[in-house]
Design a binder for this molecule. Structure first.
Ligand SMILES: [Zn+2]
Length: 393
């Protein structure tokens, strides 16, 4: 997915030039045989940068590729992501006969209270292992579960540190042993009304064999998801008390994170509406929503301000980030409106003038559009003690 990138000036260095040259070759290739030639060399060059912790080279090449026409950027991003989540550098032992892959199983959550990011007890890990093996992974795979449910800000930042985690979890998968995460080494989690939690899984599959259950003749994705929601959900739900939860399909790391980012947009609107209706004790039909685009150099996101009938004060807001090229092709305000209607909100105003990307100077919360077309700080009326933080996100 093509993401916005800030342009840089000046040269980008030899290794980044080489990545760009190889990605351009792949983008312009005429057949699978030529594809393979470029892809193998591009992959090897990416692995050199990953092995040297050279995040700058990868980003410099991506920045340049973003300005190119055709599929140069997508091909380069694919090569970087696939080598990051699927490390090959296991030189000896049984590792050289296996493919390794880092998976993520996202959980969408919302709560009027705290959404935990926490360690997972041994009994839960043992049960999750059984369900993953039975419903999500192919026969003959081995796995390692991280014994922690991560918040988004606790995930490794950047390709090189993600590659590092994928490598240690891949090695743990070759031993079929779980991976211990020290909570002391993780950053503290910011609290939001709705947020995502991630279960991370390292998988080792013999080369040439299937990785996922749905690659086998009698498996499919729909069954895998249904079983995971039921069985995996059953294991994790007791560890997230007071939270409404939705379980996404466990997939390769980057794909799962993107799917979770996308699914969390409508999810957070529905969560906010349910939250407002219960906290303010008003029927959903009394809520009004104001939707507006917010601009930096280009359009960055939509923000939705909620008010209660007869009062123009914004009581709560939701950000709908734009995630990439696919958002260019669709009617985003129309999609937001459809989600609001599905949740029972019928009083919807869509503003089309450009709001600047502004935040509260004190607490950093985004400002939201009001029915009068102003930007406002969301303020909940008369909040009970001990509920949720004053500034909602
Ligand atoms: Zn504030």
């Amino acid at each position: 997915m093509k993401r916005a990138r800030t342009k840089r000036r000046g040269g980008i260095g030899r290794p980044a030039e080489e990545l760009l040259w190889l990605a351009t070759g792949l983008a312009e290739s005429c057949c699978r045989v030529e594809d393979r030639y470029w892809d193998e060399r591009l992959g090897a060059a990416v692995e050199v940068s990953l092995a040297h912790d050279d995040e700058d080279t990868l980003n410099a090449a991506l920045d340049q590729a973003f300005t190119r026409t055709g599929s140069v950027y997508d091909d380069l991003a694919d090569a970087i992501e696939s080598r990051t989540e699927s490390p090959t550098a296991v030189p000896t032992g049984s590792g050289k006969n296996h493919n390794l892959l880092l998976l993520a199983a996202p959980v969408l959550a919302w709560s009027r209270f705290r959404i935990p990011a926490r360690s997972l007890p041994a009994a839960t890990l043992a049960n999750l292992r059984v369900h993953l093996q039975a419903h999500v992974l192919a026969r003959n795979t081995q796995l390692a579960l991280a014994d922690y449910l991560f918040s988004p800000d606790q995930l490794p930042q950047g390709y090189c540190s993600t590659h590092g985690l994928a490598s240690v979890m891949g090695r743990a998968a070759l031993d079929n042993s779980d991976f211990h995460v020290d909570p002391e080494e993780l950053v503290e989690t910011a609290q939001f009304l709705s947020d995502t939690r991630y279960l991370l899984v390292g998988v080792a599959a013999p080369k040439g064999s299937a990785i996922f259950r749905w690659q086998e003749n009698d498996g499919n994705r729909a069954d895998a998801l249904a079983q995971w929601r039921g069985q995996g959900g059953g294991c994790l739900t007791p560890l997230l008390p007071g939270c409404a939860l939705e379980f996404c399909l466990p997939e390769s790391y980057f794909s799962a994170c993107r799917a979770a980012d996308k699914a969390s947009r409508p999810y957070s609107i529905c969560a906010s509406i349910a939250f407002l209706a219960t906290s303010l004790e008003v029927p959903v039909s009394n809520l009004r929503a104001v939707v507006a685009p917010f601009w930096g150099e280009q359009i960055e996101e939509y923000r939705i301000g909620f008010t209660v009938t007869d009062n123009n004060n914004v009581v709560h807001g939701v950000v709908w980030p734009l995630l990439g090229a696919e958002d260019d092709a669709i009617d985003v305000p129309g999609e937001i409106e459809a989600v609001l209607r599905e949740c029972g909100v019928t009083a919807i105003r869509i503003l089309d003038h450009r709001f600047p990307l502004e935040y509260c100077d004190d607490c950093g919360a985004p400002l939201y559009p009001s029915p009068e077309g102003e930007m406002e700080h969301a303020e909940m009326p008369e909040l009970e003690e001990g509920q949720i933080p004053r500034h909602l996100h």
